[in-house]
Design a protein around this ligand. Structure first.
Ligand SMILES: CC(C)(COP(=O)(O)OP(=O)(O)OC[C@H]1O[C@@H](n2cnc3c(N)ncnc32)[C@H](O)[C@@H]1OP(=O)(O)O)[C@@H](O)C(=O)NCCC(=O)NCCS
Length: 231
């Protein structure tokens, strides 16, 4: 069982763990492991395929704090049309790393339920949020020379996942995320990627409906609960 501080939320008094069955002994084991790393509470991940875990935890005072719909696109069947805006990539513009970081710092805590997120320093962020991802699939929206947003793909053989998408606050609601998503789908088609997965918090209704319009099919929903660790 992997019980650890929550990435980006390490300062909170919760340890992160997955529970796939409503098992008192497992919950107590997770609680003890959490307390051993100084956490009084647990942030438990499960899915809507195991609703009995949700009720087990709710009976113990836990509350749902976030939910992510996991959807998947059959890339060959998708026909999203071209991006409505011109985009560049990190491969073409490696000089933009610091501006991307500036947007990341603004956007990570803006995610629903992640208000308390603290960003790692630039060099640490780039080691997980920039450099490991294919630079030619790291799409960037520019207005003249000002970066407005970015989105990347995590590619694994012939499948890929949408990584984080971040748009500058002042530039949201203008279709930039939609343009980046269409560029990502076009990239996947050109590279022979079979399927694209995405995880979208249920409060991001515009992104949920965009995914639906583009042909992403729901697979399941991840559910995140917080509560006190067993004594
Ligand atoms: C979530 C986020 C990336 C969206 O970016 P954005 O550029 O504002 O999104 P868009 O304007 O492209 O809107 C997405 C789509 O929803 C549509 N849309 C916008 N408002 C809508 C509404 N109220 N209802 C339905 N659809 C709506 C847009 O038209 C667009 O679709 P289109 O491309 O077919 O035109 C941005 O708000 C952000 O950076 N948030 C903080 C970080 C975050 O939560 N990231 C997680 C992303 S999964």
């Amino acid at each position: 069982m992997d019980v650890k501080p929550i990435p980006g939320l390490e300062h909170l008094p919760f340890a992160e763990v997955w529970l796939c069955e409503p098992d008192e002994a497992l919950w107590r084991e997770a609680s003890a492991a959490g307390r051993a790393i100084g956490k009084e509470g647990l942030e438990v991940w499960t899915t809507d395929e195991t609703p009995e875990v949700v009720s087990f935890l709710e009976e113990r005072g836990y509350e749902i704090v976030r939910r992510y719909r996991i959807t998947e696109l059959d890339v060959a069947a998708a026909d999203p049309g071209p991006p409505a805006l011109p985009l560049t990539t990190f491969a073409a513009r490696p000089d933009l790393a610091e501006e991307l970081y500036e947007i990341a710092c603004e956007a990570y805590p803006d995610q629903p339920g992640r208000r308390e997120q603290r960003m790692s320093p630039f060099e640490v962020w780039r080691s997980w949020g920039l450099d490991p991802h294919p630079a030619d699939a790291y799409f960037i929206a520019l207005d003249a020379e000002r970066v407005l947003g970015y989105g990347y793909l995590e590619v694994d053989g012939d499948t890929a996942r949408h990584g984080f998408m971040a748009i500058r606050r002042e530039a949201r609601g203008r279709g930039i995320a939609g343009a980046i998503k269409r560029a990502q789908i076009a990239y996947a088609k050109a590279c022979g990627i079979r399927s694209l997965r995405t995880a979208t918090e249920l409060r991001l209704t515009s992104m949920l409906s965009l995914n639906e319009r583009l042909g992403y099919r729901p697979l399941y929903t991840e559910i995140v609960l917080r509560g006190t660790a067993a004594a």
